[in-house]
Design a protein around this ligand. Structure first.
Ligand SMILES: *Cc1c(COP(=O)(O)O)cnc(C)c1O
Length: 408
């Protein structure tokens, strides 16, 4: 496939040969009208479904009234969203900073933690992903993202994800914040052991460090709870969110306690577009849709169903190719014993848009509105894809065998 994108975009995205022009719920369509089930959910953004009509009309209505309004002025769309948002924030968090992406939300979290504590160090974890701006990147584990852009922000240490003992060794009275994804996304959907997040909560209180939960991927109903941290009944001092919170319109926020908010002064952290009227109207509609359609319950039940099917039709039937199924709600992964790229490319033939995490993990972040019938199609397609890879591997083994015999 040839596209002007290949001519004129900097080549920083892994590209797949399909052009999407339209979407509806868990489906997207290419320019020929071919339908695909979107298991990537636009990287977890289309959480309430693609081009959600309720959000689309809120955007259209707001666009006709007022699109932009800088944070220095009061605005009705921002007020309306804020009044609903504070009702769903974790306990103790009642102030927010609005921005436009996950990286920016984490950037602000790191700055706020340093400002509030007067300390410099950040503890992050192996496998972490917090975004690609300098502060967020500095707390991101993957060397491939970091190395070409050094030097990064100083003072970030890493402990093994899930290892409370090692984290305890690395947190001191120089630690401003511990930043963690309650369930790691980008590195392959890793659910921590049960004592990990509660342990970090205790640790950060004891040492006077702030606890930051990056819920950019795991939040907004994805795991069947509004915030993934609710799975462990733990609340952070700072929570960041973005991805699906405005139905696909760029938006993000950093939520903090009253005490942290009180440590900040006008001018210290601002964003021209942050909290603009259009994003706020979209975010309010997305939030209302999520709650009124009971999508948390749906993420739980469809997630359980999906996971069961992945186990019975993918893991059990293809033990030579599949290592493990894991995740919570509709944040799921299948770890393979083979490179994931072949599976993703074959997926297009079966009308699936699959998402990878690392070299050998298939990650599932579908819209929460995906139906059980669609899940059935997905798992039977994956079954067929893995079968075809198995027979290809068996054939090439046979060929090697035949060649060796002929040579002998
Ligand atoms: C996607 C993601 C980010 C970065 O968000 P951007 O909007 O791409 O900057 C940060 N943290 C987590 C957990 C993410 O999944």
């Amino acid at each position: 496939m040839s596209s002007i994108e290949d001519e004129h975009l900097v080549p920083t995205y892994q590209k797949f040969p399909i052009k999407i022009v339209r979407g509806n719920r868990a489906l997207v369509y290419d320019e020929k009208g071919r339908e695909y089930i979107d298991l990537s959910g636009g990287y977890g953004v289309a959480i309430i479904g693609h081009s959600n009509p309720f959000v689309a009309s809120a955007i259209a209505d707001q666009a006709k009234k007022l699109i932009t309004c800088h944070g220095s002025l009061y605005n009705d769309a921002r007020e309306n969203y804020l009044s609903e948002l504070v009702k769903v924030l974790p306990q103790g968090l009642d102030h927010v900073y609005f921005c436009n992406s996950g990286a920016e939300a984490n950037e602000a979290a790191i700055k706020f933690a340093r400002k509030k504590t007067g300390r410099k160090e950040i503890l992050a974890f192996t496998g972490s992903y917090h975004g690609k701006t300098y502060g967020a990147l500095s707390a991101t584990w993957n060397q491939r993202y970091r190395k070409p852009f050094e030097p990064l922000v100083e003072g970030v240490k890493f402990a093994p994800f899930g290892n409370l003992e090692k984290a305890t060794e690395l947190v001191s009275d120089a630690t401003a914040a511990i930043i963690v994804e309650p369930i790691q996304g980008e590195s392959g959907i890793h659910v921590p052991p049960p004592d990990f997040l509660p342990g970090l909560r205790t640790l950060s209180r004891e040492r006077g460090a702030l606890l930051v939960f990056d819920e950019v991927q795991s939040g907004f109903g994805r795991t069947g709870k509004f915030w993934a941290c609710e799975n462990w009944n733990v609340s952070p001092d700072i929570l960041t969110a973005s991805k699906g919170i405005a139905g696909g319109v760029p938006f993000g926020f950093t939520a903090v306690s009253r005490e942290i908010a009180a440590s900040l002064k006008p001018g210290e952290q601002t964003s021209t577009f942050g909290g603009n009227a259009l994003s706020c109207a979209a975010a309010l509609a997305a939030l209302q849709f999520l709650l009124s359609e009971n999508l948390l319950e749906r993420a739980r039940s469809t997630g359980e169903y999906f996971r069961g099917k992945l186990e019975s039709e993918v893991l059990v039937r293809h033990p030579s190719l599949v290592r493990e199924v894991r995740g919570r709600g509709l944040m799921l992964a299948v770890e393979l014993k083979i490179p994931v790229k072949d599976v993703i490319l074959l997926g297009f033939d079966y009308n699936l848009i699959l998402l990878y995490a690392g070299l050998n993990v298939l990650r599932f972040l579908p819209p929460l509105v995906i139906s059980k019938g669609q899940v059935d199609k997905v798992t039977s397609a994956l079954d067929a894809i893995l079968s075809s890879i198995e027979s290809r591997l068996a054939k090439s083994r046979q060929e090697v065998h035949t060649t060796l015999e002929a040579e002998a």
